[in-house]
Design a protein around this ligand. Sequence first.
Ligand code: MN
Length: 305
Amino acid sequence: MKIELIGFPMFYGCDRPGVEHGPDKLREEGLLELLKKYNTHVVDKGNIDIDLVDVSKKYASHDHMKYLKEVVEGNKRLAVSVEETLKNGNLPFVVGGDHSLGLGSMAGVKAAHKEDFAVIWIDAHADLNLNETSPSGNIHGMPLGASAGLGDPSLTELHIKGQKVAPKNIYILGLRSVDEGEEVIIKEHGIHTWRMTDIRERGMEKAIQELLEKLAESGIQKVHLSYDIDSLDARLVPGTGTPVEDGLEYEESKTLVEAIIGTGLVQSIDFVEFNPITDKEDMTLKSSLTMLDTFAKALGKAAKS
Ligand SMILES: [Mn+2]
């Protein structure tokens, strides 16, 4: 399986400039070389085109889903690219940019697979907001809900019509900042979650065991892995839109990613929310490269087995 790197240089989903420089900064710091260290076939598909907007008119395209038009257009292009990569039998590795790119990623995955897939979402946040319940209007808080078919049609019908992933096939780990409306959705739709409190109480090994058991029970054979670096503890990621305390440590995050990729079921990956502009002493860069090394190594290992 060949890895195809796709950059998604967008900040409109988080409304905080800087994160759009993530893909190119990581390339400069050797992302390609890092992937190639463990994987024989790696190509860089470049960056998805993002429409430029006058930031002073951020509500111009929508009054409470910020930059809606630009987010949707960029994600449609991403969905086309992800679908194409998967149809060629390759693995799309999408690097953000903000987490709104989950919309395009999962739309592309659904279009390519036609069959049900599972999403493992590693994040401090649930990203299950609807535009009515979103406290901020930032679309990076909505991609998981929208992909499950909840929310505004401009997001839920992106690229292809209808639900991309069934709520029962959604697994969220690392949660510790959940909005009220999201709690209702988690409960109503029975979304599987392992919050930081669960991980602290029962340990990461136990969480992984439960996750893999549930995944096996479901019979699902294809997994989309969406990794938000804000899942890491705030002190490890000062350069991300919304750092939250009491997060994952490197070792926990590495063990989790290795176990998930080790299943051999992961067909597509997102890596999001690294903001090089707001970073402090390259701490977040270091965290990103540390985790990307884990991804690259685990993918290399999975390809051989
Ligand atoms: Mn996120």
